[in-house]
Design a protein. Sequence first.
Length: 534
Amino acid sequence: MKTMKILIISFLLCFFPISVISVWAQKTVKGYVFDDLNGNGKKDRNEKGIAGVAVSNGEDVVVTDANGRYELPIDDDNIIFVIKPAGYNTPVDRKNLPFFYYNHKPAGSPQQRFEGVSPTGRLPQSVDFALVRNDAESDNFRFFAFGDPQTRNEQDVDWFKQAIVNDAKIIEGISFGISLGDIVDNDLNIFPLYIDAVAEIGVRWHNVIGNHDRNTDATENKYLDETFERYFGPATYAFQHGRTHFLILNNIMISTPGRYRDGLTDIQFTFIENYLKLVDKNDLVIFCMHALWPFSRNVNDEALKFFALLKDHENVLMLAGHSHIQQQIFMNKTHGWEGEKPLHMFNVGTANGSWYSAEFDENGIPVSPMTDGTPKGYAIVNIEGVKYTFDYKVAGKPSDYVMNIYYPKVVPQLPNAANFYSLVVNFFLGKSDDKIEYRINDGRWQEMRRVDEPDPYFVYLSQRWDFTETLLSGTRRPHPPAICTHLWKGRIDTTLDIGEHKIEVRVTDMFGRLHQREVIYRIEEHPLGPTYYQ
């Protein structure tokens, strides 16, 4: 009998690599989450395990025992990761990318156009995760949220650095940053250039996968993120900071070969359900994803399944990119959401604006506003306990630059105010029921009318490419204008005296903060005389 076993093993070794044989024997992964006192990333004898820390294989979630030990099921394609608890940090590499995972692919990624994870070989006897105490961590903090850097090449990366990175790196008091997908634009070899650029901001950085970051030649959902995993680790995971729980989700799936759709896999649903069981129902939960799913005009089963997982959590925020506009979405019963208050999704504006398009500014960077007229920039999310507010930072502008005001700089004096001279305000963080008012020369405040129209400046930028008789100094014509969901209109008074007149605009945003700005327009005598319109 013993001889027969030896012959069977010998036969298997002739036809299968040792690493594959070892996988069959490795059904579980074990290890410790420990307090890394000396910061060397290794568990030394005097370093104790940390109890009560969540560890996951992307589906199951377990909590470490009193000695900091965990055990999880594993197969031949798993990423094991620790879920950072409050009061600790995971280590970061020299590019400020969090190192919180072990990539287990004994045979490596499948052969695809862009390189994935190299073979990792036999699973270590103990897969340990280091945590470093962070006594400075607070329930009150701020973080960056970048929508779609979407760098296609080295030139785009340089523009991204000049416009966004150089702007962000001088802002103080930021705990970390998150890019909400479409990090690159289909060329996954640009990942290292993007990583180098973001590293200059100087804070730890998390990344969401977008539809332009996927392996487009993948034939199964589990292989869409092989190159992403090589550089960033798991595309779905979680971490905690203060009383806020972040769930980073890959919501890009294969629809047909080479094409994608929005949604989640069954494994992701299980992971979310298992993790939320560990989350205090009163804490804040922030989902970070690329596409706007589960927002839809039509109620669907996948969205209802997702909403059901959140039914006991009222403090929920969703952050997404993808659309190259900025908008506030509030999901309610018409979308299938049954919570007491609407489920808020902040569709964050894009760092590349509208794909690095339009003319160059004074610094040689494409002006490239988003297709709703919002200037390119990034969000700063401010957390106080379980409450949140947003700031939108326009690249290259002061922090209080929150709106664009469009108005004629000079108008003719006319006998009545019934004319075609409009005052238009694009309030970047606006939502549909915000109240925006204006007044002229300290007169009475008048409420502006919200309109669903394209932003006039973006239309102007686009039309310049149509009417010019010489090539413009820029990259390419902007994309077609989109309807702006945060645009308001009023009227310019042309009946006033000849000379300069002041317009004040004020808005109280969704968080109760007052913003004001003023501009000057001039009235001149009509060239055909004061009686022309009489």
